[in-house]
Design a protein around this ligand. Structure first.
Ligand code: GDP
Ligand code: MN
Length: 381
């Protein structure tokens, strides 16, 4: 789960990281009032789940409350990477001497939380990694000990030659590690970590991604979820209890079981197609789940063919067939559908489908090949 900058900053603050104060506005008038209360030059920052807001025009300085109102009215409603800005953070502007990067992610390869720090901050860290990898220091953390003092200080000195600033950065990195582990995060990032002309070290931006699997035991974090900032298809899927991940291809997949869903996506690729999504309707199914799955998939204009791949065990294939019939009755399909089902109540399912003009296949390879051919207009191998 992504959270907003202002929410991540609040978590950072609670862990002692120096973060400028700030308040959220949803209208230009709000922004003006907040700017007046700070009585100084402010920065108005779009709150969307996307990086590169600065480049996109979503981060702007405002010298007076009237300016803050004006820039807030430009930023509110703006689209950044397909997301509409509905809130802005208004925060006193800091004077910047240098911009560095500090981040921590869960690294699957080393099975550890890994720090990445770079004195070349402010810009995309991916760009630094590609062009000047020597400017990034990576440090895996041993979960038995956490981030040790000397490790934090080593990173501090990698960022700043000045002892005081290196120490200040080391302290911030330990606070960042605490915020990261206490929140069940998969990512926590400060970009930029700045120094001011007076020598202070401050976090001017904050990004955190919380592991979805941590949310059940952290209701206070689950409450930070902002549905309006997420892809509508993923919100709908979550509410319908479906495991769904949107992808860029054109074969919409409806599968029961995560393993079969992965295998189905592999096979779609093997036969030259691209899956439009990962979707697991779960082990035990009911017709409503299928109706919701079809609604979500057909809402994606990229989908050119739909592939059902159901291996009936606990899942009854007749439930799935009834779901397909119900869904397409209220919402007729505009793209071809390929249905492969086998297992529990297969004969009943096939009968239901045939009575309603659908045909069903039992061979997975054939079904996938057919769906790929339909999606690509016969162009795939
Ligand atoms: P991002 O582009 O989405 O990562 O948004 P950031 O919060 O990182 O802001 C982008 C850039 O705006 C930063 O790298 C800074 O150069 C600039 N910026 C952000 N906050 C301030 C501020 O308080 N003072 C000044 N002078 N510049 C700022
Ligand atoms: Mn940033």
């Amino acid at each position: 789960m992504n959270i907003h900058e202002y929410q991540a900053k609040e978590i950072f603050r609670r862990h002692g990281i120096p973060v400028p104060p700030g308040e959220v506005a949803t209208t230009p008038e709000d922004a003006e009032r907040i700017a007046r209360s700070f009585g100084t030059t402010v920065v108005v920052k779009a709150q969307v789940h996307a990086g590169g807001r600065g480049k996109a025009g979503g981060v702007k300085l405002a010298k007076t409350p009237a300016d803050a109102k004006a820039v807030a009215s430009q930023i509110l409603g703006m689209q950044i990477k397909g997301l509409t800005v509905q809130r802005v953070l208004v925060t006193p502007a800091a004077d910047i001497a240098t911009e560095a990067y500090a981040g921590i992610i869960v690294d699957r390869a080393s099975k550890r939380a890994v720090f990445m720090v770079s004195p070349a901050g402010g810009i995309d860290i991916e760009e630094v990694a590609a062009k000047t990898p020597e400017k990034i220091l990576r440090l895996p953390v041993d979960p038995r000990y956490g981030l040790l003092g000397f490790e934090a200080l080593r990173m501090g000195f990698f960022l700043y030659p000045d002892v005081k600033q290196a120490r200040a950065a080391a302290k911030i990195l330990q606070q960042l590690y605490a915020a990261f582990t206490a929140s069940g995060a998969s990512l926590a990032e400060i970009n930029p970590l700045v120094t001011t002309p007076a020598g202070e070290v401050l976090a001017l931006d904050a990004k955190m991604v919380i592991d979805d699997n941590e949310l059940d035991r952290r209701p206070e974090l689950a409450a930070l979820r902002d549905d309006s900032a997420e892809a509508p298809s993923e919100v709908a899927a979550r509410k319908a209890n479906l495991t769904f991940i949107k992808l860029d291809g054109n074969v919409g997949c409806v599968v029961n079981g995560a393993g079969l869903a992965m295998a189905t996506m592999d096979l779609v690729k093997y036969y030259g197609g691209e899956p439009a999504n990962f979707l697991d309707i779960g082990g035990s199914s009911n017709p409503e789940k299928v109706v919701n799955a079809l609604r979500i998939i057909t809402a994606d204009p990229n989908v050119k063919a739909i592939l059902f791949n159901i291996f009936g065990g606990i899942t009854r294939t007749d439930d799935v067939a009834n779901g397909i019939v119900t869904a397409t009755r209220s919402n007729p399909l505009t793209v071809p559908i390929v249905i492969r089902l086998t297992g529990t109540n297969e004969e009943i399912a096939v009968k239901i489908l045939q009575e309603h003009g659908f045909s069903a296949m039992t061979d997975m390879d054939e079904a996938v090949q057919r769906a790929v051919a339909l999606a690509t207009g016969g162009k795939a191998a």
